[in-house]
Design a protein around this ligand. Structure first.
Ligand code: ATP
Ligand code: MG
Length: 304
């Protein structure tokens, strides 16, 4: 099937008088990992819950897997790990997966087969028949991911999948997300752990106060954020500093920073420094991480 996995033309959600999503639009290409980023309260969970009809959006136009958002049959092709997922404590991991399979209408024999495979996939085979009350947070999260996959979904929504998971477990979850993409599935990840998303997502959108303030391919966003830093011996003299700042550079003490894709625009700056008798201590290429881009986008928006 062609077309995007999710195409939100316009999504608005008000909780009483509070606007949690202020008319958002975004597109999630099929077969990719999409990261929805944003600070606490930005509206990430509200967006996912609206798409899955867990809450009723105020206004919603768009399509999922080619059908209008909310289409019942389409929701059957979707997997979901809710934020702070809470499954009954007296159930075993195997039973939680079985319960989810039952809701999805998976047959008994097939459920047995899929559950066994999923338990292995999330590394919970040994713990399968213990109650959730004996699990650590990370183990619960693994079972949560397994139950989200039991209907072999075309799109998986994971709302903060690494919440409470230790670094080793996070790497495993990242590998799992990559393997889901290899199987041709679309993975929609809500997260505020930017480093992690940067490593796994193809595209991201940054949400702040109910609005998308930045979006695009991760490679593109981080490439645009390339810059060079020149460090001088002693602070840059004030007169020269003014000239450089007028030329669009940032100067802080002994550090001059300029946005550039390659080293060509750096050369005249070096000449300028030399002719002013300023010695250079270091020249280096720097690249912003997704976190830098995120902070700048969010802070810029708040300042505006
Ligand atoms: N049921 C509700 N009633 C009223 N306000 C709500 C409700 N659910 C969420 N909100 C508000 O809507 C905003 C967005 O919440 P949401 O849970 O979508 O944010 P989030 O981006 O998922 O945050 P987090 O990173 O903390 O999970 C918040 O200000 C929240 O307080
Ligand atoms: Mg949330």
């Amino acid at each position: 099937m062609d077309g995007p996995a999710v195409e939100i033309e316009y999504l608005r959600k008000r909780y009483g008088g509070f606007e949690a999503l202020a008319g958002v639009s975004l597109t999630v290409p099929r077969g990719t990992v999409f990261g929805l980023l944003g600070p606490n309260g930005a509206g990430k969970s509200t967006m996912v819950k609206s798409l899955l009809t867990i809450i009723r959006p105020t206004e919603c136009r768009g399509r999922m897997l080619g059908k209008p958002i909310g289409d019942r049959a389409t929701l059957g092709k979707v997997g979901y790990l809710p934020e702070h997922a809470r499954f009954p404590e007296h159930l075993t991991g195997r039973q939680v997966i079985g319960f989810s399979a039952g809701l999805a209408g998976v047959g008994v024999e097939e459920t047995r087969r899929r559950t066994q495979a999923l338990l292995a996939r999330v590394g919970m085979k040994e713990w399968a028949d213990r109650k959730l009350s004996t699990y650590s947070k990370g183990m619960r999260q693994r079972i949560g991911i397994a139950q989200a996959l039991v209907n072999e979904p075309e799109i998986v929504f994971l709302d903060e999948p690494t919440d409470g998971v230790d670094p080793e477990g996070r790497i495993e979850i990242r590998k799992m997300i990559e393997s889901l993409r290899e199987e041709g599935r679309t993975v929609f990840v809500n997260s505020h752990l930017l480093g992690e998303v940067e490593q796994v997502a193809d595209e991201v959108a940054i949400l702040s106060k109910g609005r998308v303030i930045e979006s695009g391919k991760v490679a593109m966003l981080t490439r645009l954020a390339k810059r060079f830093e020149i460090r001088t011996v002693g602070p840059v003299p004030p007169a020269l500093r003014q000239v450089l700042e007028r030329g669009g550079m940032r100067v802080a003490g002994d550090c001059i920073s300029l946005d550039a894709e390659d080293a060509a625009p750096v050369q005249p700056v070096i000449d300028q420094l030399r002719s002013s008798g300023v010695a250079i201590r270091e020249l280096r290429e720097a690249k912003d991480s997704l976190e830098d881009i995120f902070l700048r986008a969010v802070q810029g928006k708040e300042a505006a």
